[in-house]
Design a protein around this ligand. Structure first.
Ligand SMILES: [Zn+2]
Length: 590
């Protein structure tokens, strides 16, 4: 054997050993088929048997809930089971997030965080942007989360400031509400926004009194012009970003996340979601509510919940309360916040966005095909339009268990909640608006409307099985934060409680995060509680959420989640992610 051959063999052996070690290190841990969890409180969310000493899992399903002795006896009959001693930790059904935007959130997570969640004042935001631009190795620098409602002194950046931040590279800063963005000269030039360029449909390139571009662009039509000028992400990058971001939901305790209107910079967001969430090692499961243009005319809902099915359709009936978009019955208040910061005219109301005939035709069509219809509503007028249309369509074409949905529901009235319940329309509340924006509500809507903002208690009293959502990236993933807000309704600023009459009991609030979410998604026979026959979707927590004091809830540590009885791997270095990274590298070389 020649010298060259020996060297090649030795190199091959070394590579083989490294690959084997890497594989052993990256490969997911698998649980035995039969497991008994015990040694801590097991909270089932099943009212017939709220707590148990032990839980028996067999082949991905819950096979027994009861005393340890009883579970051992059941397991013995099928050859015995391994036991997991929880050492005092608690076990619950895996949490359910009924409304999120994982692709957009995954992409924004890879940009500069300019949000009010991470900054107290304008100086801090500008410092973060300066550092972010300096550190960025990308062709375009993107920042997300500029929030003039949460941060009191956050005047819009001037074009001179934007160009000073990034003199050469395109820079785009997106606001938290995603209705405005700020672009430097390089970004506008790259997108052809120069000279006397005309405004695009559904958007505005804002100009100063001399007719010169200011760098501010308004609404989706104008922001889209900048986005389409951006170089596309390398092939495979979105898969890796989404895979990493799915793990963030799992780290927070979720096992199911509904994707509501898949938005984000990807050519085919639904296929992307199916590839990632349909993977057997996915950190979370998803079901999808597509946008109308993402659903073909002959399509019907997909049934297999394990494959990231498209089950519903998403509409926007109005906009964001913090950008003047809520279609309120009475105008916004006239205050410095609404006039000077949000540029609203006195007497402003947000528009009801979909004409009634158009919405009714689409509603009737999707309803007849069996889809679940979810509609974004914040102001009373938006809610009213959905209820009027739903009432007519359901009268003409009744369908049991349609579970059409109202999303966010900031100012839905008691009467509208009763009407919705009579139509079996379900409600999901964006409860953490109370935490993050509660102190600003009087300046936007006055005291009467502040007291009935996100009226989740009124919804319960009207018979709704309410759910709550974080609408990530609109607010960070945060089931424990939502839980505290449901119980206490205390704004972050420490100001007065918002709507004391709308607080929930611990039991009601925990149902909103588990079994009620399962029902809203049509998955209650499979998920949402610990009952024999359901999927073994579990979350283990350092404290018992039924008994831990409110002010200690957010110190709770998520110790792990299981999907179908298998532990979820939330490490960044997994075989799946290594494979996705390899795909990107190969794609860039060839
Ligand atoms: Zn949303």
């Amino acid at each position: 054997m020649g010298k060259w051959h020996k060297r090649a063999l030795r190199a091959a052996a070394v590579i083989g050993v490294i690959a084997l070690a890497g594989w052993l290190w990256l490969k997911p841990a698998t649980a035995p088929e039969k497991l008994i969890f015990t040694g801590g409180p097991i909270v089932t969310m099943n009212p017939l048997q709220p707590t148990a000493e032990a839980l028996y899992v067999n082949d991905g399903r819950i096979a027994g809930v009861g005393t340890l002795a009883a579970m051992r006896a059941v397991a013995e009959g099928s050859g015995g089971a391994d036991e997991v001693d929880m050492n005092g930790a608690s076990l619950m059904p895996g949490l359910i997030e009924p409304h999120s935007h994982p692709i957009a959130a995954a992409q924004f997570a890879a940009t500069i965080d300019a949000s009010g969640f991470a900054h107290k004042n304008r100086a801090e935001v500008m410092q973060t942007l300066r550092e972010g631009v300096t550190d960025s190795t990308r062709d375009w620098v993107l920042a997300f989360g500029w929030d003039p409602v949460m941060i009191d002194d956050l005047e819009p950046p001037t074009l001179a400031e934007l160009d000073a931040l990034s003199p050469d590279k395109p820079l785009l800063i997106l606001t938290q509400m995603m209705h405005d963005a700020y672009a430097n000269s390089a970004a506008m030039e790259a997108a052809g926004i120069v000279g006397d360029v005309a405004n695009p449909p559904a958007g505005e390139f804002v100009r100063d009194e001399n007719g010169l571009l200011t760098g501010t662009v308004r609404e989706v039509g104008a922001i889209g012009v900048l986005f389409s000028a951006m170089p596309p992400p390398p092939a495979g990058a979105n898969d890796l970003l989404l895979s990493l971001f799915f793990a963030d939901y799992a780290k927070a305790g979720y096992t199911t996340v509904a994707t509501m209107g898949p938005v984000g910079n990807d050519a085919d967001p639904i296929s992307l979601l199916k590839r990632r969430a349909g993977n057997p090692h996915s950190p979370v499961q998803t079901i999808i509510y597509g946008l109308p243009h993402q659903i073909t005319a002959s399509q019907t809902p997909e049934a297999n919940a394990a494959t990231a099915p498209v089950v519903g359709v998403k509409f926007w009936m109005d906009g964001s309360p913090y950008a003047g978009g809520a279609a309120v019955a009475d105008p916004y208040e006239t205050t410095p916040l609404t006039t000077e910061r949000l540029h609203l005219k006195p007497g402003h109301r947000g528009a009801v966005m979909i004409p009634v005939a158009d919405y009714e035709a689409q509603f009737a069509d999707y309803h007849a095909r069996g889809f679940q219809i979810a509609t974004h509503v914040q102001g009373e007028m938006a809610v009213e339009r959905v209820l009027d249309v739903a009432e007519r369509v359901l009268a003409a074409n009744p369908r049991a268990d349609h579970r059409h949905r109202l999303e966010h529901n900031a100012l839905i009235t008691a009467e509208q909640l009763a009407r919705a319940h009579a139509l079996d329309i379900t409600t999901s509340f964006f409860i953490d608006h109370v935490r993050f924006y509660g102190d600003k509500l009087p300046a936007l809507f006055g005291q009467e409307r502040t007291e009935r903002y996100m009226p989740i208690g009124t919804a319960l009293r009207a018979g709704h099985r309410v759910t709550v959502h974080s609408d990530t990236p609109a607010t960070p993933i945060g089931p424990l934060s939502s839980l505290v807000t449901m119980l206490a309704r205390q704004p972050n600023s420490g100001g007065p409680v918002v709507g004391a009459g709308e607080t929930l009991s611990r039991e009601q609030a925990l149902r909103a995060l588990t079994i009620n979410g399962a029902r809203q998604l049509g998955l209650e026979s499979e998920r949402g509680s610990l009952e024999v026959g359901k999927q073994a979707d579990l979350v283990m927590l350092s404290s018992n959420l039924v008994t831990v004091p409110v002010n200690e809830i957010e110190n709770t540590v998520v110790l792990g989640t299981w999907i179908n009885g298998q532990p979820v791997d939330t490490r960044k270095a997994t075989l799946t992610n290594a494979g996705l990274l390899w795909d990107i590298v190969v794609g860039m070389i060839f």
